[in-house]
Design a protein around this ligand. Structure first.
Ligand code: PMT
Length: 398
């Protein structure tokens, strides 16, 4: 899987830097080409001579080579690489990456990187558990980066690890697994809906819900990582929700009606659709032109039903097309999900319940059950990135 792959290995100033030698050895043994970019602090822990001997390449650390003034182009490295791995990644580097503080060659290379980025944090437990580190890791994850943490398995993103860097063989296994999945959806087109919809009451108020878009964006990233072309139709989500992959085309909408128009236009040319958005079922019958003033009386808003996007796509579905839906339930979960599976003509439905702690809206984790006409499979609580893998695995199995 790693044969011929070009890996930029970023090394930062951690005691775990010596383990990067083991990472390099394994990558090279498996046929990869490795280019090391090291921070000034990293060089305090491991010498560039050792690293260049292992990689058979000069180590890059400064913007200019001190010997002859050659300029090192971070942009070229960003285009050259098939993946960037930062191992060990200190709290300082993680913070700079999350906030775009481009004061060394490693960070500029990261900011120019076109390939997927893997980050293996390494620090003591208190630094790791600090809210600022946790926030920075979440930010990096929301940008589509993969966080590799100890004890939590492949491309883990559960943010309660111990801070210790994952073992070199597991880090290399993460890269191998990533490349083995990459390309499995090449040539496929997938429509994904994400986030909430807002239904306007007046110029300042709306009916909405708590969806953050995290689950839908994780699905988009997963499909794109596997080589699919993704049309991501998303309702109003936070500015922090960003996608990096050139395989994702994002279309922002506000209301259920707008989402419906875009989806029905796109679906006929898609191989699959995954409908993860929390679409408002009702909208105010009229939208006031001016801000509605308080009068002291009761306020009554008459609602009209919105189009059911899923049911419409279910009717449009042609042979060879797949339609996947979600069911967000609070009670009678399974029977409600079964009813939606049938009514909306889904191939399978992903059930998540607000009764399960850590599942549903806004969390970084989710707990799902995948239900088809013939089967039911329950999954444990996992990060939304891992949940997305389970869902896309099921989609690929169909
Ligand atoms: O965005 P996050 O904060 O990460 O939260 C993720 C999530 C909880 C929003 C997600 O996991 C989820 O459950 N999404 C579906 C929420 C929902 O609206 O479920 P539902 O049971 O009301 O709808 C059933 C299905 O029909 C869904 O696929 C929904 O997208 C679709 N639908 C619903 C109504 C409508 N008018 N049109 C639709 O297409």
């Amino acid at each position: 899987m790693l044969q011929g792959k070009k890996i930029v290995l970023g090394i930062t100033g951690s005691i775990a830097a010596y383990k990067s030698c083991l990472i390099i050895r394994q990558l090279i043994k498996k046929g990869a080409e490795v280019q090391v970019v090291i921070t000034p602090a990293g060089k305090e822990f491991i010498t560039p001579i050792t690293l260049s001997a292992l990689t058979s390449k000069p180590v890059i650390s400064e913007f200019f080579a001190q010997r002859d003034g050659t300029w090192h182009s971070h942009v070229d490295l960003g285009l050259w690489a098939d993946a960037m791995l930062i191992a060990p990644a200190t709290a300082s580097t993680i913070g700079k990456m999350a906030n775009g503080v481009a004061d060394n060659m490693l960070i500029t290379t990261y900011l120019s990187m076109k390939a997927p980025v893997f980050i293996a944090p390494a620090m003591d437990l208190d630094m790791y558990a600090h809210p600022s580190t946790q926030q920075n890791l979440k930010t990096l994850q929301s940008y589509g980066n993969h966080i590799i943490e100890p004890g939590t398995g492949f491309l883990a993103s559960k943010l309660e690890g111990k801070g210790r860097m994952e073992e070199p063989e597991n880090i290399v296994a993460c890269l191998e697994q990533f490349f083995s999945q990459q390309g499995s959806m090449k040539g496929k087109k997938v429509l994904i809906t994400a986030g909430p919809t807002y239904e306007k009451i007046d110029p300042v108020r709306f009916i909405g819900n708590y969806s953050s878009g995290k689950m839908g964006f994780a699905l988009a990233n997963e499909c794109a990582n596997r080589g699919a072309q993704v049309e991501l139709v998303c309702g109003p989500v936070s500015a922090l929700m960003q996608t990096k992959s050139p395989h994702i085309h994002r279309i922002d909408v506000e209301s259920a009606q707008e989402m419906f128009e875009v989806c029905k236009e796109l679906y006929p040319s898609m191989d699959s659709a995954i409908l993860c958005a929390a679409v408002a079922d009702f909208a105010p019958e009229t939208t006031a032109k001016q801000k509605i003033k308080r009068t002291g009386d009761d306020m009554v808003i008459r609602l009209k039903p919105n189009p059911d996007i899923a049911a419409s796509l279910g009717q449009m579905k042609q042979k060879g097309q797949t339609l996947v839906g979600f069911a967000l339930e609070t009670n009678d979960e399974e029977s409600n999900a079964q009813a939606k599976l049938k009514k909306k003509n889904f191939d399978f439905i992903v059930l998540n319940s607000l009764k399960d702690e850590g599942a549903g809206f806004r969390t970084d984790t989710n707990k799902i059950t995948i239900i088809t006409a013939e089967s039911k499979k329950e999954y444990p609580l996992k990060s939304k990135e891992e949940v997305a893998k389970d869902i896309v695995d099921e989609l690929e199995r169909l």
